[in-house]
Design a protein around this ligand. Structure first.
Ligand SMILES: C[S@@+](CC[C@H](N)C(=O)[O-])C[C@H]1O[C@@H](n2cnc3c(N)ncnc32)[C@H](O)[C@@H]1O
Length: 187
């Protein structure tokens, strides 16, 4: 898949579902690498997998594949066209077409992950849905594992669940628009 076709598919999805897509372009390489760098490789070496929520055209997925390998990745994507593109590009990755805000239904299990990485446009969703998402995520993290989320706002897009903390891990000024990487983990 080329940069131009990714951009075209992204804009087509944006026009159809602006709230869900929530960005004017796929994430850039600086942001993708900053997200992937937050994954604890020792947890992956212990056998943990990584879950990506809202991978879109795969801009961040590529950096995740480079860090942990496609066979260690599961992706949950709402859009059928994006899901098909991801399956074609990384056949070893598990791609589930479903709703990241309903992980019980979408995943059907509570496998603990070495990291959960999200490109979901959280600021477009009501706070109640953001909290529901984080509760589902917190129930699926290995001890010491993180939830890694980017956001275009100045502040973390949702307060952490009880017993968890959030910290800014990176500011990606070269991204369009500039984005912050937020890492949530158990206190
Ligand atoms: C801002 S785009 C980010 C795409 C990609 N991660 C990137 O950084 O370029 C948001 C993505 O989340 C997906 N998405 C939105 N709502 C979703 C949901 N409820 N479940 C799963 N994916 C969702 C959209 O289809 C889109 O691919």
């Amino acid at each position: 898949m080329s940069f131009v076709s990714d951009q075209f598919r992204f804009l087509r999805a944006l026009a159809a579902r602006p709230k869900n897509v929530g960005a004017v372009a796929p994430s850039g390489p600086q942001l993708a690498k900053a997200m992937a760098a937050q994954i604890r490789l020792d947890l992956v070496e212990k056998g943990g997998s990584v879950l990506e929520l809202g991978p879109g055209t795969g801009a961040i997925t590529g950096a995740l594949v480079a860090r942990v390998g496609a066979e260690r990745l599961t992706a949950v994507e709402y859009d059928g066209d994006f899901s098909a593109g991801l399956k074609a590009r990384w056949p070893a990755m598990r791609v589930i077409e479903g709703d990241a805000f309903d992980l019980d239904r979408t995943l059907g299990h509570r496998e603990p992950y070495a990291a959960i990485v999200s490109g979901l446009p959280l600021l477009n969703f009501p706070m109640e849905m953001r909290h529901r998402l984080l509760d589902g995520v917190a129930a699926r993290l290995m001890p010491g594992a993180s939830f890694i989320q980017f956001s275009y706002g100045l502040h973390a897009p949702v307060t952490p669940p009880d017993g968890h903390i959030v910290a800014q891990a990176a500011f990606c000024w070269a991204n369009m628009p500039p984005a912050r990487v937020w890492v949530y983990r158990k206190a």
